[in-house]
Design a protein around this ligand. Structure first.
Ligand code: HEC
Ligand code: HEC
Ligand code: HEC
Length: 414
């Protein structure tokens, strides 16, 4: 590596381009790509102006603040040329030459085509400039030393390179491009190593974490009781719920909300690619499998035990089972929900404590929070009961009360 690779040069500032410099079709396509990349999800502070930055992202290395990506010349990216933008998206280097942290998913974004980056740039530069300087990121030493990211990139950046496959269909390749490029799905769904880089090989999409939630495995490591078919994946990504699985909540809700901008053909392509990561065997009847789980967990008789009574009193009205065909939609089936079958109770505890206030799609409805009505011991009783009732056969979770206390103490930042 030459010296310039370690200490990148600034790219000369430009006068902010006029919005009229960009063709409207290009801007419209860029807007759609910005949705796919969830730019505004990360670049908007709580109650802040969209894309003006300042959202706090908690990482194992400390708090990283997102930056202002509106075209303000002083505080945003107004003076960035296309070249500077492309370098940031592919190499994680800011216009002035400082290294960016991979909390910004440039490790995935780098797989984006020249044409798509051009459209994204046109869209970003056509927004209204907002003068706002977000708080500065100050990680503790040694992570404070941004030049060290050069070594990090040297070790890890090449790993996420997406190469189109000649043996796969055009649809599969399109899906792989969307998922592994702007979609940056692996940023949450792949576990990370001690340096904060996504693991590879069998760990790819093997389940990661995001904002205090578990992002379940999408690979053969999936804990989902019923395997994910292409149709189920399509339904989940398009509508925020899948009949044989459940709903998209937590940090997955804004992802699904943003995917609404994409045409069905793109969602279908993503589903086609994701289904290939963990193919359903040809002789498996997933609907019959789901019915079996539902029957096995159906509640009969009067509830006995603290957990059962809590469920009956607080949850059963909306999450009834064994009482006819109305198991799905606004009454998500708990027997088919991956979170009940996971190795950890974290997402289930999250949902019980915090409820679901911002659904992925309005028609999914909301769920009340039980943070103030149940104490830790009650949540633990309920969660232990739910595991036993709805994930029959899976081992009981250990130290549930400790998990409840931990999760209660770390409220999700919005
Ligand atoms: C998961 C959160 C996340 C998402 C999604 C995200 N960003 Fe960022 N982005 C960040 C963070 C955090 C930083 C600041 C990193 C740092 O300071 O080292 C950043 C920095 C940047 C920068 C560098 C700005 C500068 O002044 O140096 C650009 C450009 C950028 N993002 C563009 C985008 C675009 C375009 C999208 C959508 C396609 C996007 N980001 C999506 C978190 C995100
Ligand atoms: C910000 C982190 C984040 C990003 C980015 C993200 N996900 Fe998720 N995903 C999650 C979380 C958390 C859940 C669990 C949601 C729940 O249980 O309500 C989830 C759930 C899912 C599930 C359901 C898995 C199961 O077994 O229940 C699928 C499928 C999925 N995501 C696909 C994707 C795809 C495709 C992308 C990229 C377009 C993506 N995710 C991007 C965090 C993320
Ligand atoms: C007023 C109706 C209502 C009540 C009461 C209710 N829920 Fe829900 N629950 C919902 C709805 C609606 C959703 C889906 C919301 C969405 O995705 O936007 C949901 C989703 C869930 C999910 C899936 C979350 C995910 O991310 O996969 C779980 C688990 C859950 N509820 C458990 C419970 C438990 C346990 C109780 C009792 C403590 C309970 N619910 C009480 C309506 C309710």
């Amino acid at each position: 590596l030459g010296a310039s690779a370690w200490a990148p040069l600034p790219i000369a500032p430009i006068a902010p381009p006029l919005a009229s410099a960009f063709a409207p079709e290009l801007v419209a396509r860029g807007k759609l790509l910005a949705s796919l990349g969830n730019c505004a999800v990360c670049h908007t502070a709580r109650n802040g102006v969209p894309n003006a930055g300042g959202k706090q992202l908690e990482t194992p290395f400390g708090t990283v603040y997102s930056t202002n990506i509106t075209p303000d010349a002083q505080t945003g990216i107004g003076s960035w040329s296309l070249e500077a933008f492309v370098r940031a998206m592919r190499e994680g280097i800011s216009r002035d030459g400082h290294r960016l942290y991979p909390a910004f998913p440039y490790t995935s974004f780098r797989n984006t085509s020249d044409d798509d980056l051009k459209a994204l740039y046109a869209y970003l530069m056509s927004q209204t400039p907002v003068r706002f300087r977000p708080p500065e990121t100050k990680l503790p030493f040694p992570f404070s030393a941004r030049p060290l990211m050069a070594a990090w990139n040297g070790l890890f950046l090449g790993r996420n390179t997406f190469v189109a496959s000649a043996t796969q269909s055009a649809q599969w390749n399109r899906g792989a491009y969307l998922v592994n490029g702007l979609g940056h799905c692996s940023a949450c769904h792949t576990p990370r190593n001690a340096f904060g880089a996504e693991k590879t090989g069998a760990a790819f999409m093997g389940g990661g974490s995001a904002e205090g939630w578990e992002a379940p495995a999408l690979s053969s490591l999936s804990n989902s009781p019923v395997p994910w078919s292409e149709d189920e994946l399509f339904s989940y990504l398009r509508f925020g719920h899948a009949p044989l699985h459940g709903v998209a909540a937590g940090p997955m809700a804004p992802v699904v909300a943003d995917l609404a901008a994409l045409p069905d053909s793109d969602i279908r392509a993503m589903a086609n690619y994701l289904a290939s990561l963990n193919p359903v065997e040809a002789n498996v009847d997933t609907a019959a499998m789901a019915r079996q789980y539902e029957h096995a967990s159906a509640i009969t008789g009067t509830p006995s035990g603290v957990g059962a009574r809590l469920f009956d009193g607080a949850c059963a009205a909306c999450h009834h089972t064994g009482s006819g065909p109305q198991l799905f939609g606004a009454h998500p089936s708990l027997a088919l929900n991956t979170n009940l079958h996971s190795a950890t109770p974290d997402n289930l505890i999250r949902v019980i404590l915090d409820g679901i206030g911002s659904p992925a799609r309005p028609e999914l409805g909301t769920m009340p929070a039980y943070r103030d009505s149940f104490n830790d011991a009650q949540v633990a009783e309920l969660v232990t009961y739910l595991r036993q009732q709805f994930a029959g056969g899976k081992p009981a979770w250990q130290d549930v009360a400790a998990s409840v206390a931990r999760i209660r103490a770390t409220p999700v930042a919005e």
